[in-house]
Ligand binder design. Structure first.
Ligand code: GLN
Length: 485
């Protein structure tokens, strides 16, 4: 039982259902693993020892009563941007340090309904703005593969927790790459679903037209298992889609044969680390050997995606973050008049990157500049979406590296926000187009993981899982574990 933490979510749940061991034992083993590794990794902002164990006993009672729970006794780690009733949601910010969530996010509730147990809330860049976790107001999470390097961001805590085998599943949010980029840097699987697939009810908003919740896992099978529980229409989020959710497990074994993979060579040509490129080419060869056809595609407007994203996302953030005024939520710094109270609260509560985004977003929305920036960005966003529509006439999924480089060192990019923003070059186009994207571990470059990304048609996560499962059957990159033990 001591090695429960080495098992996949699928295996754990099957064993708990089969009464080989209890949910309580499963959770206890993972809490022990957290205690052994998190002093070094620091993935968690808060661990829920007692509550997790008592919730696990409730899962055991449901199993004993004959409920067939797909995630029975599976520990999950939740990014601290999602609400869990009665517990803090800090968003990695000082401004929400004492905020307690009054309700549970739909995505979290669905996992609990399926038998999963939340073991804790994970660290993140403040309000999900960042690519390294260095923007957390609390502390930086380390990359389990090299503790001197970043885990990626903004869902770095959730990615590091799964990479360190502290939990087989975790949830993150992806506005411009915040699931796929840390998944790539930590050597695990990360899925950003199609916009509308997962209810955002109970997700603290960053950029509402881009935000999606999704899973981290060590295998494609586990990511699909989690997606099966997460996906589906929710009355409490008007943007959640009524699209039917296929049985993902059924198509996992279908193989890559007959699938066409588009490669946008011109887009991926610049700024790519040679070692990452070598692993990417090797992955394409593996997929070809598995029967996939590689076809050239073009995404002519994709090079503008970063600029477009930083106009759209900051504009939406400036509006979403206006609510943190010291009156309704979290931190309040008292001052002699209301206006000063707003100012002091926001000055003390927000970190530098969040302030930078609010100022930028307010500027691009201001009269006189709206047409030149925000409106323009929306038009380019449409062109990017059309590029994908055209490309998908020729292929079933598009492959790129997930990130141009492996994990960088702490402090390496903190003085240059533009360098940091470039970490998202391959991930933001899918957010702007609302498309699903998955990152898979595709090998080590100098001992550090690199990621292979597939982007799919709207609501076609099934093809991403199918390709991913075929790739993981043909290779063993997903079995590599960080040197923590
Ligand atoms: N790194 C990007 C940013 O800072 C993406 C963040 C995200 O996806 N939440 O905006």
């Amino acid at each position: 039982m001591s090695a429960a933490w080495t098992q996949t979510a699928a295996t754990l749940a099957a064993r708990v259902r089969g009464r080989e061991f209890s949910a309580e034992e499963s959770i206890r083993a993972h809490l022990d693993r957290v205690a052994a590794t998190d002093p070094r990794v620091r993935a968690f902002l808060r661990v829920r020892e007692e509550r997790a164990l008592s919730e696990a006993r409730a899962v055991d009672a449901r199993v004993a009563a004959g409920e067939s729970l797909p995630l029975a006794g599976v520990p999950v780690a939740i990014k601290d941007v999602l609400h869990l009733a009665g517990e803090p949601t800090t968003c990695g910010s000082r401004i929400l340090e004492r905020y307690v969530a009054p309700y549970t996010a739909s995505a979290v509730a669905r996992l609990q309904q399926a038998g999963a147990v939340v073991v804790g809330k994970t660290n993140m860049d403040e309000f999900a703005m960042g690519s390294s976790n260095e923007n957390s107001a609390y502390f930086p999470t380390a990359n389990p593969w090299d503790l001197a390097r970043v885990p990626g961001g903004s869902s770095g805590g959730s990615a590091a927790a799964v990479a360190a085998s502290q939990a087989p599943l975790s949830l993150g949010s992806d506005t411009g790459g915040s699931i796929r980029q840390p998944a790539a840097l930590c050597g695990i699987v990360g899925l950003k679903p199609t916009y509308g697939r997962v209810s955002r009810y109970g997700l603290v908003a960053f950029a509402s037209s881009l935000d999606q919740i999704g899973p981290f896992a060590r295998t494609v099978e586990d990511a699909a298992l989690c997606a099966q529980a997460l996906f589906g229409r929710d009355e409490r989020d008007s943007t959640s889609a009524a699209q039917p959710v296929p049985d993902f497990a059924a198509s996992l074994g279908s193989g890559a044969r007959g699938l066409r993979i588009g490669v946008p060579e011109a887009f991926i040509a610049s700024g790519l680390d040679p070692a990452v490129e070598t692993l990417f080419r090797a992955a394409l060869d593996d997929l070809k050997r598995e029967g996939a056809e590689i076809v050239p595609v073009e995404l002519p407007h994709a090079p503008h995606a970063i600029a477009t994203y930083y106009l759209v996302a900051t504009a939406e953030a400036s509006s979403n973050l206006a609510r943190y005024d010291g009156v309704r939520y979290g931190l309040r710094v008292e001052a002699e008049d209301l206006k000063r109270q707003y100012g002091e609260t926001r000055d003390r509560g927000f970190g530098a990157e969040v302030k930078r985004r609010i100022i930028l977003g307010t500027f691009v929305l201001s009269s006189g500049y709206y047409d030149a920036y925000y409106k323009r960005a929306q038009q380019v966003r449409t062109l990017i979406r059309r590029d994908f529509e055209r490309a998908f006439e020729r292929c079933d999924a598009i492959a790129t590296p997930t990130t141009p480089t492996p994990a960088f060192r702490f402090g390496e990019k903190t003085d240059d926000p533009l360098q940091m923003y470039l970490a998202d070059v391959f991930t933001v186009p899918a957010n702007l187009a609302g498309l699903p994207g998955i990152s898979l571990p595709c090998g080590l470059a100098g001992g550090l993981p690199a990621g292979l990304q597939f982007v799919g048609r709207p609501f076609d996560e099934a093809t991403l899982f199918r390709l991913g499962a075929a790739y993981q059957r043909a290779t063993n990159h997903h079995e590599a574990r960080p040197p923590l033990d």
